[in-house]
Design a binder for this molecule. Structure first.
Ligand code: GLU
Length: 461
């Protein structure tokens, strides 16, 4: 059997982080088996399915590199095909027209609820000749006795008694197909072999199976994955943090890190935390998906993000710092700086902040909390440093950190100073901040000319 999976989001505003995980699992499973991963936009709710919401789904999937293999299927455009199947089942006598009015239905529902069984429409057993000339819905004839067991690849064997299943509606009284019918027909027509989705759809699976059986189509394999929970164990909601995938981009997460984190959220491979996409494809299986809901942990996501930043290429880091065209001088500075700052950054947004002293060619503004470091003693040490440095600056044009370090250590020793006597002040004078990279790196990054002018600016003010 060739593997075909699908991700079937309802476009309701943005790509949900839980939906992204479902997409990822479908993608990985298909790739693992050399199969296909398809996208179906379930846009039958005409009020909520706006173009904007559909674009948001595509944007999120593209960002995560999880776009479908073929052109997406738009469910609404397939309405006629859905209805055709309902009519086919009517003709076969496996479905029936139900003429219950809303009022009658309400009463029946009430009674059925009291008795604890699903409603059975009296129209199920009435002859067609009894049908009035009135609006009707089309219902599937559910078996009344027995039970169905689904061998879910994640949940294991789950059994439902047929008495619990009502005669589901496939066509509404206006002739439009219901969600339950549309999903089944689309999955069949798209050749879907494995339905991997949130476990909030497990109950639907029993009903959907009955439509599939009535059509005598092959049943797909189901894998219902537990929904993601927040840190407090409740179902993930707004109060736990961002739900939209694109918000994670704005917060400074890399798509690789989000993918890696989502993979680990409910699926495991030994103790592996950092898993490349290549490894994920070769390792992914449904058996290792946990049965209980995983908790979303922002600190873990941040740690993984920090890992991906530290292993990104310098070119990538430079692009993340700024997308403006670079002068040769800026290029030199950022190339020197990139290896050091990618080690310390947690979020993409940390990078431009860590590099801002190098991005400007004017003296930095001194942060309030850094000002006390520049006391009179420090200023006189800085003046002495600037003088000595300017005599040697010609040697430092190549920005050789080893040479700068050797000279600096020698000079400090001559002066009877330790690095701590000068370093903090030098760092503030050159970057405006208390926390910044290594002082030798700062000297190399800024180059001799600007080191001198920045110190002079501080000392003369
Ligand atoms: N459109 C459904 C949802 O967004 C998914 C249906 C399915 O996967 O079968 O929850």
């Amino acid at each position: 059997m060739s593997v075909v999976t699908r991700f079937a989001p309802s476009p309701t505003g943005f790509l949900h982080i839980g939906g992204a995980r479902t997409a990822l699992f479908n993608f990985l499973f298909a790739r693992h088996h050399g199969g296909k991963y398809l996208l179906r936009i379930e846009d039958t709710d005409r009020e909520r399915s706006t173009d904007l919401a559909i674009a948001a789904i595509h944007e999120g999937l593209n960002w995560l590199d999880l776009a479908g293999d073929d052109e997406p299927v738009y469910q609404f455009s397939r309405m006629e095909r859905h209805a055709q199947i309902a009519h086919e089942l009517l003709e076969k006598g496996l479905a029936y027209r139900c003429y219950l009015s809303a009022e009658e239905l309400g009463q029946m529902r009430e009674e059925a609820r009291k008795l604890g069984h699903p409603i059975r429409s009296p129209w199920r057993d009435k002859p067609v000749s009894a049908a009035p000339d009135a609006p009707f819905v089309v219902r599937l004839r559910m078996p009344e006795t027995g039970a169905t067991t689904i061998s879910d690849a994640v949940q294991g064997d789950v059994t439902v008694q047929h008495q619990q299943l009502d005669d589901l509606i496939m066509l509404r009284s206006d002739g439009t197909p219901t969600y339950m019918l549309a999903v089944v027909v689309d999955d069949h027509d798209m050749g879907v072999s494995h339905v991997i989705r949130g476990d909030d759809h497990l109950n639907n699976a029993f009903r959907q199976q009955k439509i599939i059986a009535a059509m005598d189509w092959p049943q797909p394999i189901y894998a219902h994955i537990p929904l993601i929970h927040g840190s407090d164990g409740a179902k993930l909601s707004k109060r736990h943090g961002a739900l939209s995938v694109m918000e994670y981009q704005s917060m400074g997460f890399l798509p690789e890190a989000v993918n890696n984190y989502l993979l680990r959220l409910g699926w495991s491979h030994g103790d592996d935390e950092v898993i490349s996409r290549v490894d994920a494809i070769s390792w992914f299986d449904l058996g290792a998906i946990g049965k209980s809901p995983a908790r979303f942990d922002m600190d873990k996501l941040t740690a993984i993000n920090s890992h991906y930043l530290s292993t990104a290429s310098d070119d990538t880091i430079i692009k993340l710092i700024t997308d403006a065209p670079l002068t040769p001088e800026m290029e030199t500075r950022l190339r020197l700086l990139a290896p050091a700052i990618k080690e310390r950054a947690q979020l993409v947004s940390d990078l431009p902040l860590m590099a801002d002293f190098a991005l400007s060619t004017t003296s930095p503004e001194i942060a309030e909390d850094a000002k006390p470091i520049l006391d009179a003693d420090m200023l006189s040490r800085l003046t002495a440093f600037a003088e000595a440095y300017s005599q040697h600056q010609g040697d430092f044009h190549n920005r050789d950190q080893e040479a700068i370090k050797a000279w600096l250590n020698e000079w400090l020793e001559e002066q009877g100073m330790k690095m701590r006597d000068l370093g903090p002040g030098l760092r503030v004078a050159l970057t405006g901040k208390k926390q910044a990279p290594d002082i030798v790196l700062i000297l190399a990054v800024l180059g001799p000319h600007e080191v001198k002018t920045r110190i002079e600016t501080v000392c003369n003010n």
